[in-house]
Design a protein around this ligand. Structure first.
Ligand SMILES: [Zn+2]
Length: 91
């Protein structure tokens, strides 16, 4: 009967430093190249790199920061790009 209360207490104990660890693992090292986007383009976070042409079509010349001829975008930017560019992905 006291079972539930006990479990709850246990959970509360581990919560305090958990929040910080979670925050850390969410941050990447490569910022998304799209202006106004504050996400990360790290591969481990689902980021992709698009060609300059692709990014130009989608966001326009002054709305992203290319690096070495590629444009690194975060997962959600890549997804919105993909939506607009339904290529033969099923090839
Ligand atoms: Zn982005």
């Amino acid at each position: 009967m006291g079972f539930k209360a006990k479990a709850r207490k246990h959970r509360k104990d581990g919560d305090s430093d958990k929040a910080e660890t979670k925050k850390k693992s969410n941050a990447g090292e490569l910022p998304c190249a799209i202006k106004g986007c504050e996400k990360f383009a790290d591969k481990s976070l689902g980021g992709r790199s698009l060609s300059l042409d692709n990014a130009l079509d989608m966001w326009g010349e002054s709305n992203f920061t290319p690096s070495k001829g590629r444009v690194r975008v975060c997962k959600s930017c890549y997804r919105s790009w993909k939506k607009e560019n339904k290529n033969d992905d099923t090839y």
